[in-house]
Write a protein that binds this ligand. Structure first.
Ligand code: ASP
Length: 312
């Protein structure tokens, strides 16, 4: 492990498979996420004993159920700890399912200069091949790395930036990738080898931006283009008070004629629309349709971005 200096690292627990338990060590899917406390996850790793670590349980959920109220609490906790001069970094244990959304949300809201390192596991803590302990140990190495900045995600020895990270496989232990192969670093035997760019600090939107009661956040939906797609879902979304729609188009964010027309109509009626792509990588370039591009953000991150814009 690289030098720890004397900085405190705060580890915030939110649940997930990393804190999950199954009845049998050979059961990798029939488990319950969010069972073990973050303090017990840390205590189970002898290599972390004696390091200046603190833990706080912010939530205890399966991240498929992540919600705006938990995001508010988490962002406030991260901000509170990063403001302490003795704290050098914050680590967050999280479920893998919506990790990329939370990472992007925290990067945009806090744009932290100190590292905020998220980690997770594809196997529950009870599994024969539990990956959580190594991932958490690697997260501590990243948190202590002098080059690290912004919100990053560490799994299976790879470090991804908040903008690019995405869950790419439903089962494999190395289930995460960086969009457009933009990996930030590798962790090997506790050493961080930087090969890309750490997330830029940029301008933080700030906690005031997300202060509105969670139940009153704008409703933003995601829609897919596919063979024989029409505009009926757009109208259904408008009927339930949708403020924004991110459409995951085909290829360069292209849309069937019916869907495109329905989105143009919705936009004319005040619904915010962004075109992204259902492809695993690559940008969406302006194609003159009159519907704005989400750039190189994945559909789920474009949705987070749109929510943050609508909260302004
Ligand atoms: N459903 C779990 C979660 O996101 C999956 C995981 O953590 O791997 O909390």
């Amino acid at each position: 492990m690289q030098s720890m200096a004397s900085n405190v690292i705060v580890i915030l627990g939110t649940g997930g498979t990393i804190a999950g338990q199954a009845a049998s060590a050979t059961d990798n899917v029939g488990y319950k996420a969010g069972q073990l406390s973050v303090a017990s996850l840390v205590a189970a790793i002898p290599a972390l004993a004696g390091l200046p670590l603190e833990t706080e349980q912010v939530a205890q959920l399966d991240s498929k159920d992540m919600d705006f109220a938990t995001w508010q609490r988490l962002a406030a906790a991260v901000d509170r700890h990063l403001a302490r001069p003795e704290v050098g970094a914050v680590i967050i244990t999280h479920g893998t399912d919506t990790l990329e959304e939370t990472a992007y949300f925290l990067q945009r809201v806090l744009a932290p200069r100190k590292p905020v390192v998220m980690t997770a596991a594809m196997r529950p803590a009870t599994a024969l091949q539990a990956d959580g302990p190594q991932n958490l140990l690697d997260a501590v190495a990243v948190a202590a790395c002098p080059e690290a900045t912004g919100v990053s995600v560490v799994l299976a020895g790879q470090v991804h930036g908040a903008d690019q990270v995405q869950k790419a496989h439903s089962y494999r232990i190395d289930g995460f990738c960086s969009r457009d192969e933009a990996v930030v670093a590798w962790v090997e035997e506790g050493r961080v080898r930087t090969v890309g760019a750490w997330p830029h600090s940029g301008e933080a939107l700030g906690l005031n931006r997300i202060a509105r009661a969670a139940g009153a956040w704008p409703k933003v939906q995601i829609l897919l283009n596919h063979a024989s797609a029409d505009g009926s879902l757009v109208q259904a979304m408008q009927a339930v008070g949708t403020a924004g729609i991110v459409v995951a188009g085909t290829g360069n964010g292209t849309l069937s004629q019916g869907l495109e027309q329905a989105l143009l109509d919705a936009q004319a009626q005040g619904v915010k629309v962004l075109r992204s792509t259902r492809c695993q990588a690559g940008p969406v370039l302006d194609n003159g349709t009159g519907l704005a591009s989400a750039g190189s953000l994945s559909p789920v991150k474009a949705r987070v971005e749109m929510i943050l814009q609508l909260l302004a």
